[in-house]
Design a protein around this ligand. Structure first.
Ligand code: PNW
Length: 483
C-alpha cells in the first residue's frame, strides 16, 4: 500500500495554492477582551473542565495580541493562503440580529486581513468554526431552532460581507457540520454537550441541527450571490469532513456496502442537499425514517437555486478506516448506520501507522480514493481546507522540531493529490495544512499538537518545526515540476 512508499515529491500544478489553517477559539485567546461576548466554548471549558482535559482557551496561543508577528512568521514559509475563522461573539457579543456590534472586534479582523494582504497572503475566512455565541444558545438552543438561527446567522454573515468583503474573496460558511451535529449534539464530547442536558432527544436533535446548518448555508449563499458577489467578486462554499472507508472484509458484499453507506452518512448527508440540491441520501431516509427532517417545497427550491453557486468543495480530511456491517447494533447505531469502524481489517492488516491521535492513522491511498469519490459525486473543484497530523512527544520542543513523522505524512498526502490530479483527472485547487500553530484541540485540550510551528504554552514562544521548512521547499519543487 501507499504508506510503504517513500515520498516522491510528485508534481502539482503551478497555480496550486498552499496554505495554513486555524480556528478562532483554538488560537486567539483574548476570550474576555475588548467587549467580546462569551461563546459556548468559553462556557463549556470553564463549567466542565473535566470534559476538556482540565484546560480552556482563555489565552491559548494569544494570537489575539501576537497576530502581527504571527503573520510575519507565516510569510517566511511562502504560503499563498491563510484560512482562519471569525469569532461571531467577538463582533456581535450577544449574537442576535438586534444586538449591538462590537467595533473593537471588527478592528481585530480588519488589521489581520490588512496584514495578510500586505504580506501577499490570501485570507480565506470561515464564518462558523464551532464557537456559537452563548446567548443565542441560551435564547433558543441555537441550531435547534431553524428559523431563529437562520435569521441570526444571516445577519452575522451580512455584517462580515459588508465589513470585510472588499478584501476577502473566499468565504466558508460552516466548518464540518457533521461534527457539530454528531459530536456536539449526540455524543456530547464537544460544546454545548447538549445531549447531556435533561429533556434532550438524541433520536431527533442531531438531524435537526444538520438540517438547520444546510438551510442556513443555502440562504447565506443566496444572499452573497445576490447582494455582494456582483461587486465583490468573491466565492463561497462550505467545508465537509470525512474519512475514507474501506470494507473490513474485502470479499464481503455487506462490508463493501457498509463502507459506501458510512460515507453517505458522513458526507452525503450535507453534500447531496448543498451541492446537488437533492434530498438526503436514500440510505439515510431508510435508516432514520421520519427522525430525519424533510425539506419543504420552498426549501427544496432554495437548495435547487443555490447548489450551483458553491464554487468549490472544501474538504477536511485526515484518515481512513475499515467499515464492518454490524448484525447486532449497539444503542448508538443510528449515526453510523450499523457500521463498526476499526483500524485493522479481517486479515489483520492495519490501515496505517498510528499518530498521536487515536483516530488518525497515516493512509494516503484512502485520501486519493476519497478525492475521487467526492469528484465523481459532486464534480466541483476541491480545496483541501485541512489536512495534517499530531506526532508523539511534541510537547518537548526538541522532539517537535524534528517532526519526520509529520513531514512524511504531509509528503505522502501531497503525492496522493498529485496522483489524483495527474493520473485520475480530479480537480484539486489547493491544500491547507492543519495547523499553522500548535493550539487548543477542543476536548483534548493542549494534548495533541498539529502545528507546523511549536508553541511553548508557558512562554508563548513560537518555534517553526522542520515540516514548515520542508513544506516551503516541497511546494516549490512540486509546482516547478509541472509542465
Ligand atoms: C477538525 N474525527 O476536527 C477541526 O476542524 C479542527 O478544529 C481540529 O483541530 C482538527 O480537525 C483536528 O482534530 C475533527 O474524529 C475532529 O474524524 C475529529 C474528527 C475529524 C475532524
Amino acid at each position: 500500500t501507499g504508506q510503504d512508499l517513500p515520498v516522491q515529491e510528485l508534481p502539482l500544478p503551478s497555480e496550486f495554492a498552499w496554505g495554513t489553517a486555524t480556528a478562532a477559539y483554538q488560537v486567539e485567546g483574548g476570550a474576555f477582551r475588548d467587549g467580546k461576548g462569551d461563546s459556548i466554548w468559553d462556557t463549556y471549558s470553564h463549567l466542565e473542565p473535566s470534559r476538556t482535559n482540565g484546560e480552556n482557551a482563555d489565552v491559548t496561543c494569544n494570537h489575539y495580541e501576537l497576530m502581527l508577528e504571527d503573520v510575519d512568521l507565516m510569510s517566511q514559509f511562502d504560503v499563498d493562503v491563510y484560512r482562519f475563522s471569525i469569532s461571531w461573539s467577538r463582533i456581535i457579543p450577544l449574537g442576535g440580529r438586534n444586538d449591538p456590534i462590537n467595533e473593537k472586534g471588527i478592528a481585530f479582523y480588519d488589521s489581520l486581513i490588512n496584514k495578510l494582504i500586505e504580506r501577499n497572503i490570501e485570507p480565506v475566512v470561515t464564518l462558523y468554526h464551532w464557537d456559537t455565541p452563548q446567548r443565542i444558545y441560551d435564547r433558543y438552543g441555537a441550531f435547534l431552532n431553524t428559523t431563529e438561527f437562520e435569521a441570526d446567522f444571516k445577519h452575522y454573515a451580512h455584517l462580515c460581507f459588508t465589513r470585510f468583503g472588499d478584501r476577502v474573496k473566499k468565504w466558508i460558511t460552516f466548518n464540518e457540520p457533521y461534527i457539530t451535529s454528531i459530536f456536539a449534539h449526540l455524543n456530547g464530547t464537544l460544546a454545548p454537550g447538549h445531549c447531556r442536558e435533561k429533556g434532550t432527544d438524541t433520536k431527533t436533535e442531531p438531524w435537526r441541527v444538520g438540517h438547520t446548518i444546510i438551510l442556513s448555508h443555502a440562504s447565506v449563499v443566496e444572499m452573497y450571490a445576490s447582494t455582494f458577489q456582483p461587486l465583490q467578486k468573491g466565492s463561497i462554499s462550505i467545508v465537509l469532513n470525512g474519512h475514507f472507508y474501506e470494507p473490513h472484509d474485502a470479499n464481503s458484499q455487506q462490508d463493501i456496502d457498509a463502507a459506501q453507506r458510512r460515507m453517505e452518512f458522513y458526507i452525503g448527508w450535507f453534500g447531496d442537499p448543498v451541492f446537488l440540491g437533492q434530498d438526503y441520501p436514500a440510505a439515510m431516509r431508510e435508516y432514520l425514517g421520519d427522525r430525519l427532517p424533510g425539506f419543504s417545497a420552498e426549501e427544496r427550491e432554495l437548495l435547487r437555486r443555490t447548489c450551483k453557486i458553491n464554487a468549490f468543495y472544501g474538504m477536511n480530511h485526515y484518515s481512513t478506516k475499515y467499515a464492518r456491517q454490524l448484525t447486532d447494533p449497539p444503542a448508538y447505531d443510528d449515526w453510523t448506520s450499523n457500521v463498526e469502524e476499526s483500524a485493522i481489517n479481517s486479515e489483520g492488516v492495519e490501515i496505517g501507522p498510528p499518530s498521536a491521535a487515536q483516530w488518525l492513522r497515516v493512509a494516503p491511498e484512502g485520501f486519493r480514493k476519497l478525492l475521487n469519490w467526492v469528484w465523481k459525486r459532486y464534480r466541483l473543484p476541491i480545496i483541501v481546507t485541512e489536512n495534517g497530523c499530531p506526532c508523539i512527544g511534541e510537547k518537548d520542543v526538541e522532539v517537535a522540531v524534528n517532526d519526520q513523522f509529520r513531514q512524511r505524512y504531509v509528503g505522502l498526502y501531497l503525492d496522493s493529490i498529485s496522483r489524483a490530479i495527474n493520473e485520475d483527472g480530479v480537480k484539486v485547487e489547493g491544500w491547507y495544512v492543519w495547523s499553522f500553530l500548535d493550539n487548543y484541540e477542543w476536548a483534548a485540550g493542549y494534548g495533541p499538537r498539529y502545528g507546523i510551528v511549536h508553541i511553548d504554552f508557558d512562554t508563548l514562544k513560537r518555534t517553526p518545526k522542520n515540516s514548515a521548512w520542508y513544506l516551503k521547499r516541497s511546494l516549490k519543487t512540486r509546482r516547478g515540476r509541472s509542465a
